[in-house]
Design a protein around this ligand. Structure first.
Ligand code: ARG
Ligand code: ZN
Length: 881
């Protein structure tokens, strides 16, 4: 870790943005690569903004050992420059300059994984870089900001035996041999790019290759690089990559315009993956997949992430962000594109349900707590802490709303104009909205509110049916609660997709008095409150609101069990069918939590609908599996004003047990029927059947220990990891007596497989029992666990803190103390990961008073720790307020 980062960073504000006074017009880099010390020579052609002749020449750089510096070809003395904590200032330069530096970095010591670092062991591992957001300054001196774009020439030199493969973005221009067993390769990337998209990789890697001919007639060489042992697990990713090339051509008319596209897989990566131009780098968990070592979910995640990083080529790389406040301009938009890609190629309904579930449990919680921030934040101290669910997922929801508003063609017109106007430049959210608006002769100015305003809007809906007039009045009202630093909130444009059904589940006409406001089945609410009149309705309809989840709002309405039951059986929008079932379960949960005695209309209606759905042949198995999945503890707790985790756990258990008990025969029957229907294969239909079958098994294990035998057989007969892990999870999470032996067997079988072992750690970290804490503690000493590997930390420690509320929130405070100690330990290794872990404390204000006090105390103590990173200090500072 770099000591100069151990300080509070100054606040950076959007309103203080200024275009750069100096720009880099060319960047030439050469590296003498070695894990212990790498020498970096940089030659920058710099030009000053003539309007700002007094601006000094300042370069970003930190923890770089400067060996040589030359200005316009001449050595300069220490009187001409000064080195600061995070930069280098060269005095008295005007107009233009050529600056050459030579410096030394130590990849092996770079445990923070920003800049150039080592993946794997010193003798066998490989070198790779991560520059987003501000990693380039850990490699060399430069103007490290996204609005400075330059062409790059990169020469890599290294020992041929130790580093046979040398990769960088752009085209491979030349290569050769050097003395003493070394070799070199030169890459040229002529298309100007910001420094955060720079990448290099060096080591013993192997590749699978393929090619894609674009619609524009360019033959692109495709290569996926990994360790030799896992090479055949890259085939799925290669298929996904070609599918992504094709999809972007068919959907957006966007082709790839370089000759090569490389992807490299590493087990050592802080985030999911990175879209460096021509050289994507992936966390192995989002790249490697075969049925024996990856679950069905992993297969879909590979599809989604390969798509995501590829789509960044247009939304992120060719059109990039002016500054980091605009992060959602590339991330929200690219997540939306990724969602649509997966929806087109796999299951639309499943993807939507998963996205909305995670939005509710994670993004809504973020938006309701002290870490709430707008999709376009207006200030930050540590930008790495803003790669959040709000920027990514709420950002994607905004783009989705715009796409809904403009319609398929209108949105495509807008995107075409966006690319036409801004290809090759660094732009803002305003530019994006202007392009979408101009292409459709609309003023989308009010949509900026969604980017500027933090907090989840509450949408209240009330309806009144007038039998005499055969009409329904629907009143929609919106408000957003104050968030830290934003007390005043404006109404936002909210598209509400809706449908009416009669009591038998038939669709009824949708005729609105205010025809202007209804486009297709979408009503646009623009003000704080509005009433809409729908006519031609013979009876009081069942209203289905926010179909497809047309806006990221919290819907508040008077639910009735009968209406929801009708939607849960007849809604033709798969998402809202699921939403109706989920709403029944949540209503039942609320009654259980409140300890209400007597009739349980929602519980009964819910069970009844699910029984009917299980018997239905037409329903999509993946949707059914999701309907049978009770929201997790965090999702159920999220809407509560004050959270008592033990009470939430108890009510959820009662809910799930009631369902499983009531449907036991049907679940057994479905389980058996799905087995005989054979669930082999990795195509979406087979995946969906497996999903449903594993879901039935899970519910059966909840209801009766007898069924553990079934799970044990499921485990033994499993022919793929999805089934094996599904069975293992059932057995371990229901504390079956077979659990310890099976866990050992699993670990013995997959000992050498880091991605599968991550799942083994995660299963144990999420055990719904207070005793899981002692187990997790013990597991930190397991030979396969590593504090310096982000995936291991995610599986075990974030698994516990973020996905196991009954353990994290143990009343004796041990969950908090354990996590706080882990944060301190991790902070010395990888501050970004430590900061992620620290966000687990972000929900403290809504906990019941005893836990609230302990959480606050732990955060305060942590904050006084010596040498705390800026990353963790920022999270704690904002959390405590
Ligand atoms: N741009 C990457 C993506 O595709 C994420 C990189 C995040 N890196 C970081 N250090 N915060 O989403
Ligand atoms: Zn991204």
């Amino acid at each position: 870790m770099n000591p100069s980062d151990r300080q509070t960073h100054p606040l950076v504000r959007l309103r203080d943005y200024r275009a750069p006074a100096w720009r880099m017009e060319r960047v030439d880099l050469s590296f003498d690569l070695d894990a212990e010390q790498t020498l970096v020579e940089a030659r920058l052609e710099l030009r000053q903004d003539p309007e700002r002749p007094d601006a000094e020449l300042r370069l970003d750089g930190s923890a770089l050992d400067l060996l040589e510096i030359r200005l316009d070809g001449r050595d300069i003395g220490t009187d001409r420059y000064r080195i600061e904590a995070d930069g280098l200032v060269v005095c008295g330069v005007r107009g233009s300059a050529i600056l050459e530096t030579r410096s030394r970095i130590r990849p092996i010591a770079n445990t923070a994984m920003q800049g150039l670092y080592l993946s794997g062991a010193l003798e066998t591992g490989f070198l790779l870089s991560q520059c987003e957001a501000e990693g380039f300054r850990h490699i060399t001196w430069s103007i490290d900001r996204p609005d400075v774009l330059a062409p790059y020439t990169v020469t890599l030199r290294a020992d041929r035996e130790r580093y046979p493969v040398l990769l960088a973005g752009g085209g491979r221009e030349a290569a050769g041999e050097l003395d003493d067993g070394r070799h070199w390769v030169r890459y040229v990337d002529p298309q100007p790019k910001p420094s955060y998209l720079f990448a290099l990789v060096a080591g013993r890697l192997h590749s699978i290759e393929d090619a894609y001919t674009t619609a524009e007639g360019r033959r692109v060489r495709l290569a996926i690089w990994a360790e030799a042992a896992v090479l055949d697990r890259c085939r799925h990713a290669m298929d996904c990559l070609k599918a992504a090339f094709l999809w972007d051509e068919q959907t957006y008319g966007r082709s790839y315009r370089l000759d090569a596209f490389h992807i490299v897989a590493t087990h050592d990566f802080t985030m999911g993956a990175m879209e460096n131009t021509g050289l994507n780098i992936f966390n192995s968990k989002y790249l490697l997949a075969d049925p024996l070592h990856a679950t069905d979910d992993d297969f879909r995640h590979v599809l989604a992430v390969v798509g995501h990083e590829y789509f960044h080529n247009w939304t992120g790389n060719r059109v990039t962000c002016r500054d980091w406040f605009q992060l959602s301009l590339k991330e929200g938009l690219t997540v939306y594109r990724e969602q649509e890609f997966e929806s087109d190629l796999a299951s639309r309904t499943l993807r939507r349900i998963e996205d909305v579930r995670s939005l509710w449990r994670t993004q809504f919680a973020e938006d309701a707590g002290p870490l709430a921030h707008p999709v376009r934040p207006d200030q930050y101290r540590e930008i790495n802490n803003f790669y959040t669910t709000t920027v990514y997922d709420k950002g994607a929801e905004i783009v989705r709303m715009l796409a809904t508003l403009l319609g398929r063609e209108g949105f495509r017109r807008g995107m075409d104009l966006y690319f036409e106007r801004h290809d090759g430049s660094a732009v803002t959210v305003e530019d994006f909205l202007a392009a979408l608006g101009d292409a459709n002769a609309l003023d989308l100015g009010c949509w900026l509110g969604w980017y500027r305003q933090a907090g989840t809007p509450v949408l209240e809906a009330h309806s009144h049916y007038d039998a005499e007039r055969r009409c329904l009045e629907l009143t929609l009202r919106q408000h957003t609660a104050a968030t830290s630093g934003q007390s005043e909130k404006q109404p936002l444009p909210i598209p509400v997709a809706l449908a009416f059904f009669d009591q038998r589940g038939n669709r009824l006409p949708l005729q609105c008095d205010d025809a202007e406001r209804l486009r297709g089945d979408v009503l646009l609410l623009e003000e704080a409150e509005a009433t809409f009149r729908f006519t031609n309705l013979d009876s009081s309809p069942v209203t289905s609101l926010l179909r497809g989840y047309s806006a990221p709002v919290r819907l508040v309405t008077s639910f009735d069990a009968r209406g929801l039951a009708i939607l849960a059986s007849h809604e033709t929008d798969g998402f809202n069918r699921w939403q109706a079932a989920d709403a029944m379960a949540r209503q039942a949960f609320a009654q259980l939590l409140a300890g209400e005695r007597g009739g349980q209309p929602f519980l009964e209606a819910w069970i009844c609908s699910l029984r009917a759905s299980l018997a239905e042949s037409a329903i999509e198995p993946a949707t059914l599996a999701e309907m049978l999945t009770v929201a997790d503890l965090a999702a159920l707790a999220e809407p509560l004003a004050e959270i008592d985790p033990d009470a939430v756990f108890k009510a959820r258990l009662t809910l799930e047990t009631s369902l499983a008990r009531a449907l036991e025969p049907e679940l057994l029957e479905s389980y058996a029927a799905l087995a005989s229907a054979s669930a082999e294969g990795t195509e979406p239909a087979a995946q969906a059947r497996r999903r449903l079958r594993n879901r039935c098994l899970q519910l059966l294990c909840v209801v009766d220990r007898r069924h553990h035998v079934l799970a044990a057989a499921h485990y033994t007969r499993a022919s793929c990891l999805s089934d094996r892990l599904g069975a293992l999870t059932c057995i371990v999470h229901s504390a079956a007596s077979a659990a310890p032996a099976l866990l050992e067997e699993f670990a013995a079988a997959y000992r050498d497989d880091p991605t599968v072992m991550d799942k083994w750690f995660a299963v144990q970290a999420t055990m719904p029992s207070a005793a899981a804490l002692e187990r997790v503690c013990e597991l930190t000493g397991h030979p396969a666990f590593r504090w310096d590997n982000p995936n291991k930390v995610h599986a075990l420690l974030l698994g516990l803190a973020h996905r196991n509320p009954i353990v994290f929130h143990r009343l004796d405070g041990e969950g908090y103390r354990f996590t706080a100690a882990a944060i301190r330990k991790l902070d010395a290794i990888n501050p970004q990961v430590a900061a992620r872990l620290a966000t687990a404390f972000g929900g403290w204000q809504r906990m019941e008073p005893r836990r609230r006090a302990v959480m606050r105390e732990e955060m305060r103590r942590l904050r006084t720790a010596e040498n705390l990173s800026a990353d963790v200090a920022d999270i704690l500072g904002r959390s405590l307020g």
